[in-house]
Design a protein around this ligand. Structure first.
Ligand code: UDP
Ligand code: MG
Length: 315
Protein backbone atom coordinates (compact mmCIF):
# COMPACT_ATOMS: atom_id res chain seq x y z
CA UNK A 1 0.00 0.00 0.00
CA UNK A 2 1.39 3.39 -1.01
CA UNK A 3 1.51 6.28 1.53
CA UNK A 4 -1.45 8.07 -0.07
CA UNK A 5 -3.25 5.21 -1.80
CA UNK A 6 -5.60 5.71 -4.70
CA UNK A 7 -9.16 4.80 -3.75
CA UNK A 8 -11.91 4.37 -6.35
CA UNK A 9 -15.50 5.26 -5.55
CA UNK A 10 -17.94 3.59 -7.92
CA UNK A 11 -21.52 4.85 -8.25
CA UNK A 12 -24.27 3.53 -10.53
CA UNK A 13 -26.75 6.17 -11.72
CA UNK A 14 -30.15 5.42 -13.17
CA UNK A 15 -32.46 8.40 -13.57
CA UNK A 16 -30.84 10.27 -10.69
CA UNK A 17 -30.64 13.67 -12.47
CA UNK A 18 -32.04 15.65 -9.55
CA UNK A 19 -29.54 14.11 -7.19
CA UNK A 20 -26.32 14.59 -9.16
CA UNK A 21 -25.41 18.00 -7.71
CA UNK A 22 -26.02 16.91 -4.16
CA UNK A 23 -24.01 13.76 -4.83
CA UNK A 24 -21.12 15.81 -6.17
CA UNK A 25 -21.21 18.18 -3.19
CA UNK A 26 -21.29 15.40 -0.60
CA UNK A 27 -18.61 13.31 -2.24
CA UNK A 28 -16.22 16.20 -2.87
CA UNK A 29 -16.79 17.54 0.61
CA UNK A 30 -15.61 14.22 1.94
CA UNK A 31 -12.67 13.67 -0.36
CA UNK A 32 -11.41 17.25 -0.12
CA UNK A 33 -11.16 16.84 3.64
CA UNK A 34 -9.48 13.46 3.52
CA UNK A 35 -5.89 14.01 2.45
CA UNK A 36 -4.78 10.56 3.61
CA UNK A 37 -5.88 9.11 0.27
CA UNK A 38 -6.26 10.13 -3.35
CA UNK A 39 -9.60 9.47 -4.97
CA UNK A 40 -11.08 8.75 -8.35
CA UNK A 41 -14.83 8.57 -8.77
CA UNK A 42 -16.35 6.38 -11.45
CA UNK A 43 -19.94 7.35 -12.22
CA UNK A 44 -21.75 4.80 -14.36
CA UNK A 45 -24.75 6.07 -16.25
CA UNK A 46 -26.97 3.01 -16.57
CA UNK A 47 -28.99 4.18 -19.57
CA UNK A 48 -30.79 6.98 -17.73
CA UNK A 49 -33.69 8.58 -19.56
CA UNK A 50 -33.52 11.93 -17.74
CA UNK A 51 -30.70 14.49 -17.64
CA UNK A 52 -28.40 12.36 -15.48
CA UNK A 53 -25.83 11.89 -18.23
CA UNK A 54 -25.64 15.58 -19.16
CA UNK A 55 -25.10 16.48 -15.54
CA UNK A 56 -22.50 13.75 -15.05
CA UNK A 57 -20.64 14.90 -18.16
CA UNK A 58 -20.52 18.39 -16.61
CA UNK A 59 -18.91 16.95 -13.52
CA UNK A 60 -16.33 15.07 -15.52
CA UNK A 61 -15.48 18.19 -17.52
CA UNK A 62 -15.10 20.25 -14.35
CA UNK A 63 -13.32 17.87 -12.04
CA UNK A 64 -10.57 15.54 -13.17
CA UNK A 65 -11.23 13.10 -10.36
CA UNK A 66 -14.62 12.18 -11.84
CA UNK A 67 -14.88 9.79 -14.75
CA UNK A 68 -18.18 8.91 -16.39
CA UNK A 69 -18.90 5.59 -18.05
CA UNK A 70 -21.99 5.67 -20.22
CA UNK A 71 -23.61 2.29 -20.83
CA UNK A 72 -25.44 1.72 -24.10
CA UNK A 73 -28.78 1.10 -22.31
CA UNK A 74 -30.17 0.22 -18.90
CA UNK A 75 -28.46 -2.99 -17.80
CA UNK A 76 -29.57 -2.91 -14.16
CA UNK A 77 -27.70 -2.04 -11.02
CA UNK A 78 -25.64 -5.21 -10.79
CA UNK A 79 -24.25 -4.79 -14.30
CA UNK A 80 -23.66 -1.05 -13.82
CA UNK A 81 -21.72 -1.76 -10.66
CA UNK A 82 -19.71 -4.44 -12.47
CA UNK A 83 -18.86 -1.92 -15.20
CA UNK A 84 -17.73 0.63 -12.63
CA UNK A 85 -15.59 -1.91 -10.80
CA UNK A 86 -13.99 -2.95 -14.09
CA UNK A 87 -13.05 0.65 -14.82
CA UNK A 88 -11.70 1.39 -11.33
CA UNK A 89 -7.92 1.61 -11.04
CA UNK A 90 -7.65 2.21 -7.29
CA UNK A 91 -5.85 0.11 -4.71
CA UNK A 92 -9.23 -0.09 -3.01
CA UNK A 93 -12.70 0.13 -4.52
CA UNK A 94 -15.85 1.38 -2.80
CA UNK A 95 -19.31 1.04 -4.39
CA UNK A 96 -21.48 3.96 -3.25
CA UNK A 97 -25.16 4.44 -4.14
CA UNK A 98 -25.84 7.62 -6.08
CA UNK A 99 -28.82 8.51 -3.89
CA UNK A 100 -26.53 9.09 -0.86
CA UNK A 101 -28.25 6.45 1.22
CA UNK A 102 -24.75 5.31 2.05
CA UNK A 103 -23.01 8.13 3.93
CA UNK A 104 -19.67 9.09 2.29
CA UNK A 105 -18.26 9.97 5.74
CA UNK A 106 -18.12 6.27 6.60
CA UNK A 107 -15.42 5.89 3.97
CA UNK A 108 -12.92 7.39 6.44
CA UNK A 109 -13.51 4.52 8.87
CA UNK A 110 -13.40 2.00 6.03
CA UNK A 111 -10.03 3.27 4.92
CA UNK A 112 -8.58 3.16 8.41
CA UNK A 113 -9.78 -0.45 8.85
CA UNK A 114 -8.25 -1.27 5.48
CA UNK A 115 -4.96 0.32 6.48
CA UNK A 116 -5.09 -1.70 9.68
CA UNK A 117 -5.03 -4.86 7.58
CA UNK A 118 -8.58 -5.76 6.48
CA UNK A 119 -9.04 -6.78 2.83
CA UNK A 120 -12.75 -6.10 2.84
CA UNK A 121 -14.61 -3.66 5.10
CA UNK A 122 -18.37 -4.14 4.90
CA UNK A 123 -20.95 -1.71 6.21
CA UNK A 124 -23.91 -3.23 8.00
CA UNK A 125 -27.01 -1.11 8.44
CA UNK A 126 -28.00 -1.42 12.06
CA UNK A 127 -31.46 -0.06 11.52
CA UNK A 128 -33.83 -0.42 8.60
CA UNK A 129 -36.42 2.03 9.87
CA UNK A 130 -36.33 4.02 6.61
CA UNK A 131 -37.67 0.94 4.81
CA UNK A 132 -41.31 -0.07 4.74
CA UNK A 133 -42.49 -2.90 7.00
CA UNK A 134 -42.92 -5.18 4.00
CA UNK A 135 -39.42 -4.51 2.71
CA UNK A 136 -37.91 -5.14 6.14
CA UNK A 137 -39.78 -8.41 6.57
CA UNK A 138 -39.10 -9.66 3.07
CA UNK A 139 -35.41 -8.85 3.43
CA UNK A 140 -35.32 -10.75 6.71
CA UNK A 141 -37.00 -13.82 5.13
CA UNK A 142 -34.77 -13.64 2.13
CA UNK A 143 -31.58 -13.78 4.19
CA UNK A 144 -32.95 -16.55 6.36
CA UNK A 145 -34.07 -18.68 3.41
CA UNK A 146 -30.99 -18.00 1.36
CA UNK A 147 -28.55 -18.77 4.12
CA UNK A 148 -30.37 -21.96 4.99
CA UNK A 149 -30.39 -23.23 1.42
CA UNK A 150 -26.95 -22.20 0.34
CA UNK A 151 -23.61 -23.25 1.75
CA UNK A 152 -22.58 -19.62 1.28
CA UNK A 153 -23.89 -17.29 3.99
CA UNK A 154 -24.66 -13.75 2.89
CA UNK A 155 -24.27 -11.44 5.90
CA UNK A 156 -27.59 -9.92 6.86
CA UNK A 157 -28.29 -6.22 6.19
CA UNK A 158 -25.03 -5.75 4.36
CA UNK A 159 -25.47 -4.13 0.97
CA UNK A 160 -23.04 -3.21 -1.74
CA UNK A 161 -21.53 -0.37 0.29
CA UNK A 162 -18.12 -1.69 1.30
CA UNK A 163 -14.41 -1.26 0.72
CA UNK A 164 -12.55 -3.92 -1.22
CA UNK A 165 -8.82 -4.24 -1.51
CA UNK A 166 -7.40 -4.65 -5.02
CA UNK A 167 -6.79 -8.35 -4.36
CA UNK A 168 -10.48 -8.90 -3.60
CA UNK A 169 -11.51 -6.83 -6.62
CA UNK A 170 -9.29 -8.85 -8.91
CA UNK A 171 -10.74 -12.04 -7.47
CA UNK A 172 -14.24 -10.72 -8.08
CA UNK A 173 -13.37 -9.89 -11.66
CA UNK A 174 -12.34 -13.48 -12.26
CA UNK A 175 -15.85 -14.77 -11.59
CA UNK A 176 -17.24 -15.43 -15.04
CA UNK A 177 -20.99 -15.34 -14.51
CA UNK A 178 -23.10 -13.01 -16.60
CA UNK A 179 -25.96 -12.88 -14.12
CA UNK A 180 -24.28 -11.02 -11.32
CA UNK A 181 -25.84 -11.17 -7.89
CA UNK A 182 -23.21 -8.89 -6.40
CA UNK A 183 -24.02 -9.43 -2.74
CA UNK A 184 -23.48 -13.14 -3.22
CA UNK A 185 -20.36 -12.73 -5.34
CA UNK A 186 -18.85 -10.35 -2.80
CA UNK A 187 -19.46 -12.93 -0.08
CA UNK A 188 -18.20 -15.75 -2.26
CA UNK A 189 -14.73 -14.25 -2.79
CA UNK A 190 -14.24 -14.03 0.96
CA UNK A 191 -10.98 -12.41 2.14
CA UNK A 192 -10.30 -10.98 5.57
CA UNK A 193 -13.43 -9.02 6.36
CA UNK A 194 -14.25 -6.42 9.02
CA UNK A 195 -17.72 -5.03 9.65
CA UNK A 196 -18.73 -1.46 10.44
CA UNK A 197 -22.19 -0.40 11.55
CA UNK A 198 -24.06 2.54 10.07
CA UNK A 199 -27.49 4.03 9.83
CA UNK A 200 -28.86 4.03 6.32
CA UNK A 201 -30.42 7.34 5.44
CA UNK A 202 -33.43 8.18 3.33
CA UNK A 203 -32.86 8.72 -0.36
CA UNK A 204 -31.59 12.26 -1.07
CA UNK A 205 -34.16 12.78 -3.85
CA UNK A 206 -36.28 10.61 -6.13
CA UNK A 207 -37.74 7.16 -5.65
CA UNK A 208 -36.28 3.68 -5.25
CA UNK A 209 -35.81 1.88 -8.55
CA UNK A 210 -36.66 -1.46 -7.00
CA UNK A 211 -40.35 -2.39 -7.03
CA UNK A 212 -41.70 -5.44 -5.23
CA UNK A 213 -41.67 -7.50 -8.42
CA UNK A 214 -38.06 -6.51 -9.19
CA UNK A 215 -37.01 -7.41 -5.65
CA UNK A 216 -38.77 -10.79 -5.95
CA UNK A 217 -36.84 -11.57 -9.13
CA UNK A 218 -33.68 -10.31 -7.51
CA UNK A 219 -34.24 -12.71 -4.61
CA UNK A 220 -34.78 -15.59 -7.07
CA UNK A 221 -31.51 -14.66 -8.79
CA UNK A 222 -29.80 -14.72 -5.43
CA UNK A 223 -31.10 -18.11 -4.43
CA UNK A 224 -30.64 -19.82 -7.79
CA UNK A 225 -27.12 -18.39 -8.12
CA UNK A 226 -25.91 -19.98 -4.94
CA UNK A 227 -28.09 -23.00 -4.19
CA UNK A 228 -29.32 -26.10 -6.00
CA UNK A 229 -31.61 -27.18 -3.20
CA UNK A 230 -34.76 -26.06 -5.07
CA UNK A 231 -33.79 -28.57 -7.78
CA UNK A 232 -32.92 -31.43 -5.48
CA UNK A 233 -35.81 -31.09 -3.07
CA UNK A 234 -38.21 -32.61 -5.63
CA UNK A 235 -36.49 -35.96 -5.34
CA UNK A 236 -37.32 -36.04 -1.66
CA UNK A 237 -40.85 -34.73 -2.08
CA UNK A 238 -41.37 -37.34 -4.81
CA UNK A 239 -40.00 -40.14 -2.64
CA UNK A 240 -42.16 -39.09 0.28
CA UNK A 241 -45.33 -38.97 -1.82
CA UNK A 242 -44.51 -42.29 -3.46
CA UNK A 243 -44.20 -43.92 -0.05
CA UNK A 244 -47.47 -42.41 1.09
CA UNK A 245 -49.15 -43.67 -2.09
CA UNK A 246 -47.83 -47.18 -1.56
CA UNK A 247 -49.15 -47.24 1.98
CA UNK A 248 -52.48 -45.92 0.81
CA UNK A 249 -52.60 -48.50 -2.01
CA UNK A 250 -51.96 -51.29 0.47
CA UNK A 251 -54.72 -49.92 2.64
CA UNK A 252 -57.21 -49.80 -0.26
CA UNK A 253 -56.36 -53.33 -1.39
CA UNK A 254 -56.82 -54.62 2.13
CA UNK A 255 -60.09 -52.77 2.56
CA UNK A 256 -61.45 -54.01 -0.79
CA UNK A 257 -60.58 -57.58 0.17
CA UNK A 258 -62.41 -57.22 3.43
CA UNK A 259 -65.43 -55.06 2.64
CA UNK A 260 -65.74 -55.46 -1.14
CA UNK A 261 -65.61 -52.95 -4.02
CA UNK A 262 -66.17 -49.37 -2.97
CA UNK A 263 -67.16 -47.09 -5.88
CA UNK A 264 -67.54 -43.60 -4.39
CA UNK A 265 -64.28 -41.65 -4.14
CA UNK A 266 -64.59 -38.77 -6.56
CA UNK A 267 -63.60 -36.16 -3.98
CA UNK A 268 -60.46 -37.90 -2.82
CA UNK A 269 -59.45 -38.75 -6.39
CA UNK A 270 -59.82 -35.24 -7.69
CA UNK A 271 -57.92 -33.82 -4.71
CA UNK A 272 -55.03 -36.20 -5.26
CA UNK A 273 -54.95 -35.52 -9.01
CA UNK A 274 -55.00 -31.75 -8.56
CA UNK A 275 -52.42 -31.84 -5.81
CA UNK A 276 -49.98 -34.01 -7.73
CA UNK A 277 -50.60 -32.02 -10.92
CA UNK A 278 -49.72 -28.77 -9.21
CA UNK A 279 -46.64 -30.30 -7.57
CA UNK A 280 -45.48 -31.37 -11.01
CA UNK A 281 -46.08 -27.92 -12.42
CA UNK A 282 -44.15 -26.30 -9.58
CA UNK A 283 -41.22 -28.64 -10.05
CA UNK A 284 -41.21 -28.02 -13.80
CA UNK A 285 -41.24 -24.31 -13.00
CA UNK A 286 -38.21 -24.70 -10.77
CA UNK A 287 -36.43 -26.62 -13.53
CA UNK A 288 -37.35 -23.78 -15.87
CA UNK A 289 -35.79 -21.21 -13.54
CA UNK A 290 -32.48 -23.02 -13.63
CA UNK A 291 -32.56 -23.93 -17.30
CA UNK A 292 -33.37 -20.31 -18.13
CA UNK A 293 -30.31 -19.25 -16.22
CA UNK A 294 -28.12 -21.88 -17.86
CA UNK A 295 -29.41 -20.63 -21.22
CA UNK A 296 -28.55 -17.02 -20.41
CA UNK A 297 -25.10 -17.94 -19.11
CA UNK A 298 -24.37 -20.16 -22.08
CA UNK A 299 -24.84 -17.29 -24.53
CA UNK A 300 -21.75 -15.63 -23.09
CA UNK A 301 -22.97 -12.16 -23.92
CA UNK A 302 -21.02 -9.33 -22.32
CA UNK A 303 -22.37 -8.20 -18.96
CA UNK A 304 -22.77 -4.63 -20.18
CA UNK A 305 -21.84 -2.48 -23.16
CA UNK A 306 -20.08 0.86 -22.86
CA UNK A 307 -21.17 3.62 -25.22
CA UNK A 308 -18.61 6.23 -24.20
CA UNK A 309 -16.27 7.25 -21.40
CA UNK A 310 -16.00 10.90 -20.41
CA UNK A 311 -13.04 12.38 -18.57
CA UNK A 312 -11.44 15.77 -18.25
CA UNK A 313 -9.19 16.91 -21.13
CA UNK A 314 -10.76 14.39 -23.44
CA UNK A 315 -13.68 14.98 -25.71
N1 UDP B 1 -29.56 1.79 -10.25
C1 UDP B 1 -28.95 1.52 -11.47
N2 UDP B 1 -29.65 0.82 -12.43
C2 UDP B 1 -30.93 0.38 -12.21
C3 UDP B 1 -31.52 0.64 -10.95
C4 UDP B 1 -30.81 1.34 -9.99
O1 UDP B 1 -27.80 1.90 -11.70
O2 UDP B 1 -31.50 -0.24 -13.12
C5 UDP B 1 -28.80 2.55 -9.22
C6 UDP B 1 -29.52 3.75 -8.65
O3 UDP B 1 -29.34 4.88 -9.45
C7 UDP B 1 -28.88 3.89 -7.29
C8 UDP B 1 -28.56 2.45 -6.91
O4 UDP B 1 -28.59 1.70 -8.11
O5 UDP B 1 -27.66 4.61 -7.33
C9 UDP B 1 -29.55 1.90 -5.90
O6 UDP B 1 -30.86 2.02 -6.40
P1 UDP B 1 -32.08 2.40 -5.48
O7 UDP B 1 -31.72 3.53 -4.59
O8 UDP B 1 -33.26 2.61 -6.37
O9 UDP B 1 -32.27 1.07 -4.65
P2 UDP B 1 -32.60 0.94 -3.09
O10 UDP B 1 -31.64 1.85 -2.38
O11 UDP B 1 -34.00 1.36 -2.94
O12 UDP B 1 -32.37 -0.50 -2.81
MG1 MG C 1 -31.29 3.78 -2.71
Amino acid sequence: MTPTPLVSIVSPFYNEGQGVDLYYRSVTEFIDNFPQARFEVICVDDGSRDDTLTRLKDLAARDGRFRVVELSRNFGKEAALTAGIDFACGEAVIPLDADLQDPPELIADMISQWQAGADVVVARRNDRSVDTFLKRKSAEWFYRLHNRMSSLAIPENVGDFRLMDRAAVDALKQLPEQERFMKGLFAWVGFRTTTLEYVRRERSVGKSKFSGWKLWNFALDGITSFSTIPLRIWTYIGLFIAMMSLAYAAFIVARTLITGVDVPGYASLIVVILFLGSLQLISVGVLGEYIGRIYIESKRRPKYLVRKVYEKNQS
